[in-house]
Design a protein around this ligand. Structure first.
Ligand SMILES: NC(=O)c1ccc[n+]([C@@H]2O[C@H](COP(=O)([O-])OP(=O)(O)OC[C@H]3O[C@@H](n4cnc5c(N)ncnc54)[C@H](OP(=O)(O)O)[C@@H]3O)[C@@H](O)[C@H]2O)c1
Length: 342
């Protein structure tokens, strides 16, 4: 194998991460049943030893069990080798996501994550979704205190609008945003990417494999186990299968031409967006992990990039139709509206 995984600087505050990360969500939540801890710890160790040291989790994965798993995996000298990212802000209540960003919630979430992860400090702490009832300055104020106290090192935002990112950045530098960016999810390119580049903020891209569809195509949908969260995504519905099958076939054709796999091509397209961009593909399998780091060796010409980029126009279905909080509607009230109880 022997793929050399380079590091990149994320943001302008000094965080350096592996150019490709490891999304740990599917190990514990959403994609079928949770996987056995022992197998996942083996995979995480394999990733770290291969140079993929940027680990992504959240308190809502499980909930909580994914952070506990990562905590176990980081025992025995592994903690020092990784850049550890987690998130707070969403509580799943009866299948509906509630979003919280008030100071007391920020602080208690961070303290609970530190305990579950069993670490002294989180390297990158993201607001998972923006609480649109709390001025972002108030959420950021508490995060800034957590930085000053040494509980977190860097701050990130997931699914925040450009205006929210700017307001947050004025309180304390934002190191990275985390948003969906892939061959079939490109809505952030118009506003968010230019805003991040202007402000020197890194871009971490979630679901870079289209939650597995860009790797496997329609047969992924046919084989989804009962209760798999993807079943409710518009792009995984029968009515969009024909359109998305064509997208997958085109990716497969180019992959064959280039002597790589569809997963590698999809990830290479993300890598070619720049050195401020870090995809965090999720996997639960060592073989798939090994395949995915091969993406770092795939070179794409400008013509190939254009050909791949044009596929987004053919995609059937919204990326997140059922989700109420995405960057499109993340604006928060003005700071002046915030009343502090006497
Ligand atoms: N901020 C947010 O709101 C947000 C939202 C979603 C995800 N995330 C983060 O982003 C990470 C990645 O996103 P994601 O897991 O949703 O989607 P993804 O990385 O696009 O795709 C993951 C899926 O692809 C499959 N896969 C991976 N490599 C493969 C390969 N080489 N061949 C065949 N199948 C392959 C995985 O299955 P196997 O396990 O079988 O390999 C899994 O089902 C998550 O783990 C999470 O940390 C963040």
């Amino acid at each position: 194998m022997g793929v050399n995984v380079p590091t990149i600087k994320l943001g302008s505050q000094g965080l350096e991460v592996s150019k490709q990360g490891l999304g740990c969500m599917g190990m514990s939540a959403f994609y079928g049943l949770p996987k056995p801890d022992a197998d996942m710890i083996k995979l995480i160790h394999h990733a770290i030893n291969s140079g993929v040291t940027f680990l992504d989790t959240s308190d809502m994965y499980g909930p909580h069990t994914n952070e506990i798993l990562i905590g176990k995996a980081l025992k025995g000298g592994m903690r020092e080798k990784v850049q550890l990212a987690t998130k707070f802000g969403i509580i799943n209540r009866d299948g509906k996501g509630e979003v919280h960003g008030d100071p007391a919630y920020v602080r208690s979430s961070c303290e609970s994550s530190l305990k579950r992860l069993d670490v002294d400090c989180i390297d990158l702490y993201y607001v998972h979704r923006i609480d649109t009832s709390v001025p972002i300055e108030i959420t950021m104020g508490e995060l800034k205190k957590l930085v000053e106290e040494g509980k977190i090192k860097y701050i990130g935002l997931s699914e925040a609008s450009a205006s929210t990112i700017r307001r947050a950045h004025a309180v304390h530098p934002i190191t990275a945003i985390q948003n969906e960016w892939s061959l079939w999810s490109r809505d952030l390119e118009e506003e968010l990417v230019p805003a991040c580049r202007e402000l020197g903020i890194g871009i971490v891209t979630y679901s870079p494999l289209g939650r597995g569809f860009l790797s496997v195509g329609p047969k992924l949908i046919q084989n989804l186990p009962e209760g798999d969260f993807r079943k409710i995504f518009p792009r995984f519905k029968a009515e969009n299968l024909e359109a998305n099958k064509v997208v997958y076939e085109k990716i497969s054709e180019m992959a064959t031409r280039k002597g790589c796999t569809p997963s590698q091509l999809a990830l290479a397209w993300v890598h070619h967006q720049g050195d401020d961009v870090c995809p965090i593909p999720g996997t639960t399998k060592i073989n798939n992990f090994n395949e995915n780091i091969g993406a770092l060796t795939v070179k794409l010409t400008p013509e190939e990039m254009t050909e791949l980029s044009s596929l987004a126009d053919m995609v059937g279905g919204e990326r997140h139709a059922f989700m109420t909080s995405t960057w499109v509607n993340s604006d928060t009230p003005p700071l002046s509206s915030w009343k502090v109880d006497a």
